[in-house]
Design a protein around this ligand. Structure first.
Ligand SMILES: *Cc1c(COP(=O)(O)O)cnc(C)c1O
Length: 478
């Protein structure tokens, strides 16, 4: 790869050769990923060294350099694409969606304005309508925006709730609000909710984390009592955030009940469906989300269960002018508005933005809605299988909903939280599988989530054998 005069020389032929190489490498990686350790064994120093080995003052690269670069990525990354990764919602991506990112970078549409990316802006608006319909939002009222993740989606929820309750917020800001605001979520909610409140200047003091019942679902009796107390004290309840599929154990709050409470008190109802929202694709299991159609807004991560690349989430709302109310600004340098179409920069926090929804479009293009249904249903079946075989082997398994998150422990580990953590660290360190731990009412459990589309019964059986061996060893030691 001899460079011509310009330092920026990179011919189309060069692109083709490099691309072919990269593609071969990536294909080979995906073909053999189950042979790799899930957890890399490199040290931080080693990674730093590898990153610094390419001289940026003399960027004259050979094909070997490119091979080195590709190998570094593989050697120094957690192999979330492995079927033995029972982890934190990071999927192996649906393979053809890799094409979406390549094309997006190749054509570089800027989704700030309609005229710079008409195809991609219309595509996202089409998908927002389709998803809004799936979740049961009424036609002509639904709206939304693709976001980088559930955290940003939850931030949108808070911003919409604020502007809905205070329609002059655009001018007065938070300082114009005289009452003390309160926000409600369950004690099992994701802490991105706390971040969202901090980001809008409300602070964590606003938040009431409502205790859960034994099954880790928000106790709606306590919720209602707290709302009444806050009202009596002159506070202003702003929003309730329900979780559809908690991060820890997969609990689904009672959306129907919470929707009634939010209606009765006139409070914005946001559903954090970052993980569990994918149930909407399953005709068999979408009933678990009953009541979500009555919510005011939803955040749903397409980069978790639906297996798209990290950076793909959707925020949906049933109020079609609220995003505009939150974000609209006037400029004289942006292209003039096109008839009927909204420029996304007027409707969202971002200005220049990459196409996010295209990954989802490509997935639907190749697999259709049925593909997502198959993914969800098969993972739920595997979750049940996991629970069955572990129970048969004398493990205690907690599965609070149909969602394939399993919290499990062994009778020999009762009240031995440190030992549970130590065994988990050993399993992860061995590279044979990736699991985590989660505390439920002071008891530490192993946590495994079926999130990989290649995970099959034998992978679960291997994990069981690995765990059984750990228990046997730990018993002979003590
Ligand atoms: C993962 C998760 C989030 C955060 O989403 P990101 O995409 O990581 O920003 C929020 N809520 C729940 C319930 C989650 O599981």
């Amino acid at each position: 790869m001899k460079q011509a005069k310009s330092n920026l020389a990179f011919s189309e032929n060069n692109l083709q050769t490099t691309f072919q190489m990269v593609l071969d490498h990536v294909t080979q990686y995906h073909r053999s990923v189950s042979d790799f350790d899930v957890m890399p064994t490199v040290s931080q120093d080693d990674i730093k060294k590898r990153l610094r080995r390419f001289d940026f003052n003399n960027a004259d690269r050979t094909l070997e350099d490119i091979i080195d670069l590709l190998n570094d990525i593989e050697t120094c990354s957690l192999n979330v694409s492995s079927p033995n990764y029972f982890g934190l919602f990071t999927p192996k991506v649906l393979l053809p969606t890799i094409i979406a990112d390549v094309l997006t970078t190749a054509y570089n549409p800027n989704l700030g304005s309609w005229d710079h990316a008409p195809y991609f802006v219309e595509l996202e608006s089409y998908l927002i309508q389709q998803l809004g319909e799936k979740f049961g939002y009424p036609d002509r009222h639904r709206d939304g925006v693709f976001t980088s993740g559930g955290t940003e989606g939850n931030l949108y929820g808070v911003l919409c709730a604020l502007n809905y309750s205070f329609n002059r917020l655009n001018e007065t800001g938070i300082q114009g609000i005289k009452e003390e605001l309160t926000v409600y979520c369950s004690a099992e909610a994701h802490h991105s909710v706390v971040k969202a409140l901090k980001a809008v200047g409300l602070g964590s003091k606003t938040l009431r984390m409502i205790p859960t019942r034994a099954d880790l679902v928000m106790d709606t009796k306590i919720l209602e009592i707290r709302i009444k107390e806050d009202l009596t004290e002159g506070k202003r309840p702003l929003m309730i955030i329900a979780t559809a599929g908690t991060t820890g154990a997969g609990a689904i709050d009672e959306l129907d009940r919470i929707s009634s409470i939010s209606k009765a008190y006139g409070i914005w109802f946001h559903v954090d469906a970052a993980y569990g929202g994918a149930l909407i694709f399953s005709s068999r299991y979408k009933k678990l989300l009953k009541g979500i159609d009555h919510s005011d807004s939803i955040s749903f991560d397409l980069h978790k269960w639906p297996a798209l690349a990290v950076g793909t989430c959707v925020f949906l709302t049933r109020h079609n002018n609220i995003l505009r109310q939150v974000f609209e600004v006037e400029t004289n340098y942006m292209p003039r508005k096109t008839k009927q179409a909204t420029d996304p920069y007027l409707n969202s926090l971002s200005w220049s933005r990459r196409s996010i929804g295209f990954r989802f479009y490509i997935a639907l293009f190749f697999f259709g809605w049925k593909g997502f249904e198959e993914l969800i249903d098969s993972h739920i079946r595997l979750g049940r299988y996991f629970s069955k075989v572990f129970k048969q082997a004398n493990w205690k398994v907690i599965q609070v909903s149909a969602l394939p998150i399993l919290c499990f422990t062994h009778p020999d580990l009762k009240n031995r939280n440190e030992k549970v953590q130590a065994i988990c660290d050993e399993v992860v360190g061995s590279g044979k599988a990736w699991i985590s731990t989660y505390k439920i009412y002071d008891q530490l459990y192993f946590r495994a989530c079926i999130i990989n589309s290649d995970t099959r019964k034998p992978h679960i059986e291997q994990l069981l054998e690995l765990m059984n061996n750990k228990i046997r060893l730990s018993n002979t030691e003590s």
